[in-house]
Design a protein around this ligand. Structure first.
Ligand SMILES: Cc1cc2nc3c(=O)[nH]c(=O)nc-3n(C[C@H](O)[C@H](O)[C@H](O)COP(=O)(O)OP(=O)(O)OC[C@H]3O[C@@H](n4cnc5c(N)ncnc54)[C@H](O)[C@@H]3O)c2cc1C
Length: 462
């Protein structure tokens, strides 16, 4: 891991006072940075400005919280406010919104929404961890109260409220990305019939056709309406009007992509990069002096591409935040963010859908000479409760270097994906993958683990 020197002031700022860091955004990226600073420097002053009334929470658990009427959404908090303040020694301020950054004066203007007052907070270091926001559907009728965006804990409160208060019979889900697909699964199981409207010709464009076809089979098997190539015109009452027909729903959830929250940063002269995210170097520094960025608002270094990309997911936000914290404390020996391999997983009914490494689309974009092969295998040996899974491997022609892999299936899928992610991280070939000594007991795997079967098939096609 490369180290860098820096003109940073270390644990004490020039006047001899304690180092002071202001963090904008207090969820995964922001709180990770705050905690790491305090872990490494007990004397550091850390202020977290969070505009919502919540503290760091696991957004990934939000769809599943809907199942439980009596389980408060606050159960998703990673830590209580008291623990953040008292145990971690972080000055965490809810309902405090940063509205301006003055990089020359090293000062943030803040509005305390609870007490309707404005104040300025100066900093030695600033961490920008504002996350992203859902793209809005700016069409007539989509600003009504029965239209939801499922992004924050407040959104979850609203959706939960309508589900338990109004008992909707059906829901129109606009967009078929993974968050809406997770919601399809949850709503269906709660007896709210989902109807998916998708603008594109198909779903999951970053997945291989072999994976997508199994998803579509499952959608068909469950009798879920999926309409593709849909151009929405407007919403009138409970009817969503489209160029291909009208759809009636008791509620609407829009999930048509996200964009990084960068307005404050770019207004201060901050430079943006891939996907409109905050441009960061390998140390997660921005172009503004002593301003770092982490999480969904920032770029993510994609190891296999050797450059930054944008893939906003929980683990990267936590890791980037932690590294930013460490780099602030150790400003004379900063470490690089090691990057991501684009590993992701989600559940869809009894299927686990997962990906790691480069997608076929990316391989085509960069012009790699790759081979794709797939296998369908059982997930366990002679033991009840197993299922089947499909593994797609993509690897370099001739060398067999693993480039990417995707899986879909029942039972133990995520474990296999993580083995594959490890293999990609270590730049293994399909030949080496085939040699792995993976565990076997009929309860967990067939004697030839599905990954070994996939690797052996791939070897024949190198
Ligand atoms: C429904 C759902 C399911 C998900 N499931 C998964 C999953 O299964 N796996 C996975 O890896 N990832 C998942 N994610 C993504 C994951 O939750 C995010 O990657 C992660 O939360 C990003 O953390 P963050 O701190 O960068 O941003 P956020 O969590 O968005 O936090 C940013 C915070 O900054 C605050 N803020 C913004 N502007 C200001 C301002 N000016 N002043 C003060 N505060 C401000 C916001 O209020 C917000 O609370 C899911 C996300 C959603 C919405």
């Amino acid at each position: 891991m490369t180290m860098a020197g820096s003109a940073g002031v270390g644990k004490k700022k020039s006047g001899g006072n304690l180092m002071k860091t202001v963090i904008i955004g207090g969820i995964a990226g922001g709180l990770s940075a705050a905690s790491q600073i305090r872990r490494e420097d007990h004397n550091a002053q850390v202020i977290v400005l969070e505009k919502s009334g919540d503290v760091s929470y696991a957004a990934c658990g939000m769809p599943y919280n809907l199942f439980y009427k009596d389980k408060p959404v606050e159960d998703l908090y990673a830590l209580s406010l008291a623990a953040i303040r008292n145990e971690r020694g972080i000055d965490y301020r809810q309902h405090h919104e940063a509205v301006k950054i003055d990089p020359a004066r090293k000062e943030v203007t803040v509005i305390d929404r609870e007490h309707s007052r404005e104040y300025k907070e100066n900093y030695d270091y600033l961490v920008y961890a504002t996350g992203n926001q859902p793209n809005r559907l700016n069409l007539p009728g989509f600003d009504e109260a029965d239209v939801f965006y499922f992004k924050t804990l407040d959104d979850t409160r609203l959706v939960k409220n309508i589900i338990y208060e109004k008992s909707p019979a059906n829901a129109i889900l606009i967009g078929s990305g993974y968050t809406n697909l997770e919601l399809v699964d949850v709503l269906y199981n709660m007896k709210v019939t989902p109807i998916i409207l998708e603008k594109a010709a198909t779903i999951l464009p970053s997945f291989a056709e072999e994976i997508r076809s199994r998803m579509l089979e499952k959608i068909g098997e469950k009798g879920i309406q999926l309409h593709t190539n849909v151009d929405i015109i407007e919403k009138k009452g409970s009817v969503v009007r489209t160029a291909t027909g009208d759809f009636e729903g008791d509620m609407v959830v829009v999930s048509i992509g996200v964009r990084p929250n960068t307005a404050l940063f770019s207004a201060a002269g901050g430079e943006l990069g891939v996907g409109g995210a905050v441009k960061v170097d390998r140390f997660l520094r921005t172009n503004l002096a002593d301003v770092f960025a982490a999480g969904d608002c920032a770029e993510h270094y994609v190891r296999q591409l050797g450059r930054n990309g944008y893939m906003p997911l929980g683990p990267a936000a936590n890791k980037q935040g932690r590294l930013v914290g460490s780099n602030i404390v150790n400003s004379n020996a900063m470490k690089e963010f090691y990057g991501i391999d684009q590993t992701a997983v989600f559940k869809f009914f009894d299927l686990t859908v997962a990906t790691t490494g480069l997608s076929e689309r990316q391989l085509q974009e960069i012009g790699t000479h790759y081979v794709k092969s797939y296998v369908d295998t059982p997930t366990r040996g002679a033991f009840p409760g197993g299922g089947t899974m499909r593994i797609v491997l993509m690897f370099e022609k001739k060398t067999g270097l693993l480039l990417g892999g995707q899986m879909i299936g029942q039972d133990v899928v995520a474990k296999r994906l993580d083995v594959l992610a490890t293999a990609i991280y270590k730049r293994m070939t399909v030949f080496e993958l085939a040699e792995l000594d993976l565990s076997y007991s009929p309860l967990y795997a067939p004697v030839w683990d599905p990954l070994l079967i996939a690797a052996n098939k791939a070897i024949k096609e190198v």
